[in-house]
Design a protein around this ligand. Structure first.
Ligand code: MLT
Length: 252
């Protein structure tokens, strides 16, 4: 287990953990945080090897990120939390569901998917990992932001993504690429989800096709599918009002 750097807003009330995706950090939730009800206790971690959290030596799996978050909940004496995961953060939510389902009060999958990587996808991940180790993660700031947004992102979103990605940790990016490549298919879990779940789908998502999000939502009993009509892969940056409203409703 790794100690995480994190931000907390509020001391009591239902806990909501906002888990960022790859190769990002907690700053991607900055537009959503002020719009969430003040009665919600917010926890924003940087995953190991991301943002201000250190990467322990050795390789890691998606389950390790999940155990880190469970350790953080223990540290904060939170028995059960709502957990919203963006993309890779959603893979981690599925891992928590496998390891400790009783710790989840409700979940949100933001532009995420249940399916594991294809063989080709795994090769691309390894190439990304090796390139990040060799030259640093800066090259991702050139390729990822354009791919991550829809056709007309709000002003500043591309810059935010570039800034966050440029500051990513090379070893953290490599470790996360390999962890994602080795994650299992979460599809068999979908029918076993017993907590309230919201699935956010960006209509213009070029990374997780909208149809895949729709199919995933249909396979989760009682899940609410929220279409983000103006978004690509980062609705928390592209439509923060909508994301905050739906997360607020989830937490109640
Ligand atoms: C993410 O946003 O976390 C990544 O795009 C996830 C992935 O590459 O599968």
């Amino acid at each position: 287990m790794s100690e995480l750097d994190f931000t907390v807003r509020g001391e009591r009330g239902p806990a909501l953990v906002l888990v960022h995706g790859f190769p990002l950090d907690r700053r991607i939730w900055q537009g959503v945080v002020p719009k969430l009800p003040p009665a919600v206790r917010l926890i924003l971690p940087d995953l190991r090897g991301h943002g201000r959290s250190a990467l322990p030596p050795g390789p890691c799996t998606i389950d390790d990120y999940a155990r880190d978050l469970l350790g953080l909940l223990d540290e904060l004496a939170i028995a059960k939390a709502f957990i919203a995961g963006h993309s890779m953060g959603g893979y981690i939510l599925f891992a928590i569901h496998r390891i400790a389902p009783d710790r989840i009060a409700g979940g949100a999958l933001v532009s995420s998917r249940a399916l594991a990587d294809t063989e080709d996808g795994r090769k691309t991940r390894e190439a990304t990992a090796q390139r990040a180790e060799k030259e640093g993660p800066g090259f991702l700031a050139g390729t990822m932001p354009e791919k991550a947004v829809g056709s007309s992102p709000p002003a500043g979103v591309l810059d935010t993504l570039r800034t966050v990605i440029r500051s990513a940790q090379a070893k953290g990016v490599a470790a996360a690429s390999r962890a994602m490549a080795s994650r299992p298919d979460a599809t068999p879990q979908l029918s076993r989800v017993t907590f309230p779940m919201v699935v956010f789908a960006g209509r213009g998502d070029k990374i997780v096709p909208a149809a895949e999000s729709e199919a995933m939502a249909k396979a989760i009993p009682g899940a609410k599918l929220v279409w983000c009509e103006q978004s690509g892969h980062v609705p928390m940056l592209e439509e923060p009002d909508l994301v905050a409203r739906e997360l607020g409703a989830l937490v109640g």
